[in-house]
Ligand binder design. Structure first.
Ligand SMILES: *[C@@H]1O[C@H](CO)[C@@H](O)[C@H](O)[C@H]1NC(C)=O
Ligand SMILES: *[C@@H]1O[C@H](CO)[C@@H](O)[C@H](O)[C@H]1NC(C)=O
Ligand SMILES: *[C@@H]1O[C@H](CO)[C@@H](O)[C@H](O)[C@H]1NC(C)=O
Ligand SMILES: *[C@@H]1O[C@H](CO)[C@@H](O)[C@H](O)[C@H]1NC(C)=O
Ligand SMILES: *[C@@H]1O[C@H](CO)[C@@H](O)[C@H](O)[C@H]1NC(C)=O
Ligand SMILES: *[C@@H]1O[C@H](CO)[C@@H](O)[C@H](O)[C@H]1NC(C)=O
Ligand SMILES: *[C@@H]1O[C@H](CO)[C@@H](O)[C@H](O)[C@H]1NC(C)=O
Ligand SMILES: *[C@@H]1O[C@H](CO)[C@@H](O)[C@H](O)[C@H]1NC(C)=O
Ligand SMILES: *[C@@H]1O[C@H](CO)[C@@H](O)[C@H](O)[C@H]1NC(C)=O
Length: 616
């Protein structure tokens, strides 16, 4: 494998440069210090209080001065679809409260059919109605909310600036913030099934579906330039499949959301599929079997998936590609498709959408795909067995998709030899799929220390009941000396900024497209148990963001890595697929009142970026 050879030498070359594994003694070097005398001169002087605070306010984004377009408007774009899609409206389904008593039982996509989609999901244990049922008008953010917090004592010492075209923003996804799951015509998704079978769940989340105007105002007032969100397929096409009607209310909603972002002086980044694939692709699954990320239940493996996704994507692009500069086809596809059929479908569907975007629409924005991989680093970079394991880890999580999409190269041998039903792509397929991503999206929250299993990789790969199958490497969070790789959060994230820089080096030099850090964030340990003022003073999250941003600057300026941007996850505490205690937000959410509160880390992050813009 050509790629594998590059990978080995790259990992080895980069990792050997690490301080961590160089055996040394003595103390950490101090920054440049003036010599302090061994015998200081102690003395008295008049005392006065001087440590008063200087009040500073967050700087909002400037009002837009021009609008750029990236594709033809809908009236023109729709002519490039094979058929003009029919539209309709369905209204709202309120489980446990009302049943829509529709009489149009002969219409396969009428009210009765739509209601029965929801009846099958059995959402009765969810709270699906919140405080709001219609779009809330925004109010200005009072300056009292925009006062910067006290600085942390220790901070970044770099002197670098962000390039002019660096994309700095915040991210969220529909299912995690929107609420309104069965309102305004949305159809059910597999997330209702994923989280629905065990306990009652607050599915209202942050009610962003109705509060988006206010949420955009808040972000703009903090100086955020890019707003990354996802559109739920099932809100555009509740019946999911080609030829089924488009939900007019959904189209209007995202149209207004995009315009609201632009009017606020920000730019939208849109993800087409962020875990919420329509229910219909798994509808024949055992209704009581618990679906899980990483198994067959993501629906991606369904034989109708590719055509259906491409049809959905074309409809969305024809409506919004004129105003959206950056598109992501799939978010973290591995979590839903670690079987051959699923990943193979993702690779084909992504390429078709990319070709439609650039070749048919002739759109000039950027379109890419975004992966969930944490960097797999060898336990000991001088141990070839560990390096082999790290190489395999990257191949399974990334190379599977990225070899064909970025390099036009075959699926990795380690994938073809492990997954049942795997078959290579033809030369013709590789030509069509190759070079179909304008950037490499990655969500590098943390780092994983990797080594070989005791039974060996080959034995594991051949044994589907091996608990490590199919990745077949040992994954740990301690380094070779037994220390944690970094400060631990509420969940799987450890603070490991220096590995981020190494990872960016690996990605840029292997896949050769600008890297977009599509998500990164840190759920402070036990934050949800603290009182509000203590939640807001989230120093560990500030250290996480500032150290990661510092390492991004170093990789740009010292390593020549093209990092296209970074999007903080998330702009508000949200629904982590059933869990509200893993708080990844840079705003606190009060679930009772739907109030949002800016955390210290949000100010620290926008201040860090603002101070390092080339133009300032
Ligand atoms: C404290 O406030 C006074 C009056 O506003 C100002 O002159 C002085 O510079 C401030 N000191 C510090 C350390 O900020
Ligand atoms: C549907 O019919 C039931 C029984 O006739 C009735 O109680 C309910 O109010 C009706 N719901 C709606 C939304 O009309
Ligand atoms: C749903 O709620 C009902 C009544 O509150 C309860 O009996 C049932 O066990 C719940 N189901 C699940 C899956 O949690
Ligand atoms: C695949 O998707 C179709 C809808 O396109 C659905 O009818 C079918 O049940 C799905 N297959 C499985 C195995 O879930
Ligand atoms: C459905 O899944 C449940 C839980 O995994 C299992 O106990 C049951 O046997 C399955 N039923 C069928 C028909 O496969
Ligand atoms: C490399 O690491 C493996 C365990 O991951 C160990 O069994 C082996 O002895 C190590 N090899 C060397 C040369 O240190
Ligand atoms: C990849 O695509 C871009 C844009 O379509 C083009 O400029 C570039 O030459 C292509 N690179 C390769 C290696 O085909
Ligand atoms: C496969 O893995 C299982 C679970 O670790 C183990 O019990 C079994 O012996 C292995 N089978 C073979 C053929 O190695
Ligand atoms: C949410 O706000 C209400 C009303 O101000 C307050 O009583 C409650 O304690 C808040 N909840 C949390 C978790 O802070």
């Amino acid at each position: 494998m050509r790629v594998s050879v590059i990978n080995i030498s790259l990992i080895a070359a980069i990792v050997q440069a690490q301080q961590l594994f160089i055996t040394t003694t003595g103390y950490t070097e101090r920054p440049q210090c003036t010599q302090s005398p061994a015998s200081p001169s102690y003395h008295f002087q008049p005392f006065s209080f001087t440590l008063n605070e200087t009040v500073r306010y967050a700087t909002s984004v400037p009002s837009p001065t021009s609008t750029q377009t990236y594709a033809p408007p809908y009236s023109e774009a729709v002519k490039r679809l094979s058929a003009s899609p029919a539209t309709t409206t369905w209204g709202s389904y309120l489980p446990g409260h009302t049943v829509i008593n529709a009489t149009d039982t002969n219409d396969p996509y009428g009210q009765a059919a739509w209601s029965s989609l929801w009846q099958n999901v059995k959402l009765d244990n969810y709270t699906t109605t919140g405080l709001y049922s219609t779009t809330v008008s925004p109010t200005p953010i009072p300056s009292s909310e925009l006062v910067l917090p006290p600085r942390d004592y220790f901070g970044s010492t770099d002197c670098y600036s962000f390039p002019d075209d660096f994309i700095f923003g915040v991210a969220g996804s529909a299912a995690q913030v929107e609420g309104a799951v069965a309102l305004e015509g949305r159809g059910p998704t597999i997330l209702e099934k994923l989280a629905g079978l065990t306990q009652p769940k607050n599915y209202v989340t942050a009610e962003n579906y109705f509060l988006y105007k206010q949420d955009i105002q808040r972000l703009a007032s903090m100086g955020v330039k890019y707003y990354s969100f996802s559109i739920p397929w099932a809100r555009i096409l509740p019946f999911a499949l080609p030829g089924t009607p488009v939900n007019q209310e959904g189209i209007k909603h995202y149209d207004d959301l995009i315009n609201t972002v632009l009017d606020a002086g920000m730019q939208p980044i849109v993800t087409l599929l962020h875990f919420d694939s329509p229910w219909v692709f798994v509808s024949s699954d055992n209704a009581t079997a618990k679906p899980d990320f990483g198994a067959k239940n993501g629906g991606y493996q369904n034989e109708t998936f590719v055509d259906a996704f491409v049809n959905y994507a074309k409809i969305v692009l024809s409506h919004y590609a004129d105003r959206v500069p950056v598109w992501v086809t799939f978010n973290e596809p591995w979590l839903y498709s670690f079987n051959f059929a699923g990943a193979n479908n993702v690779v084909h569907a992504h390429a078709q959408v990319y070709h439609f975007y650039h070749d048919v629409l002739k759109a000039t924005g950027k379109m890419g795909i975004k992966f969930n991989d944490n960097f797999g680093v060898p336990r000991d970079p001088k141990n070839s067995s560990d390096v082999h394991a790290a190489r395999r880890f990257q191949e399974q999580y990334l190379g599977f998709y990225a070899n064909p999409i970025f390099l036009g190269q075959q699926y990795p041998d380690s994938v073809l030899q492990t997954l049942p039903g795997a078959k290579p792509l033809s030369k013709e397929e590789l030509r069509y799929i190759g070079n179909t991503s304008d950037f490499f999206g990655i969500d590098p929250y943390t780092t994983t220390v990797v080594s070989q299993p005791a039974e060996g990789i080959d034995e594991c790969a051949a044994n589907r009941t091996d608990p490590l199958w199919p990745i077949c490497v040992v994954q740990e969070t301690k380094n070779v000396y037994g220390w944690n790789i970094g400060y631990r959060s509420q969940s799987y994230t450890y603070m490991a900024p220096t590995y981020l820089r190494e990872y960016l080096n690996y990605l840029w030099n292997t896949f050769r497209q600008p890297v977009l850090v599509g998500e990164f964030g840190f759920p402070v340990y036990a934050e949800a148990e603290k009182e509000l003022s203590d939640q807001l003073f989230d120093t560990p999250r500030s250290i996480y963001y500032l150290s990661y941003m510092s390492e991004i600057l170093k990789s740009i300026h010292e390593d020549g890595v093209h990092v296209m941007g970074a999007l903080a996850w998330s702009w508000v505490d949200n629904w982590e697929f059933g869990d509200y205690n893993q708080q990844f937000g840079i705003q606190v959410l009060n679930h009772t009142t739907q109030q949002r509160f800016f955390k210290k880390s949000f100010f620290d992050l926008v201040d860090f970026v603002g101070a390092r813009l080339s133009s300032s």
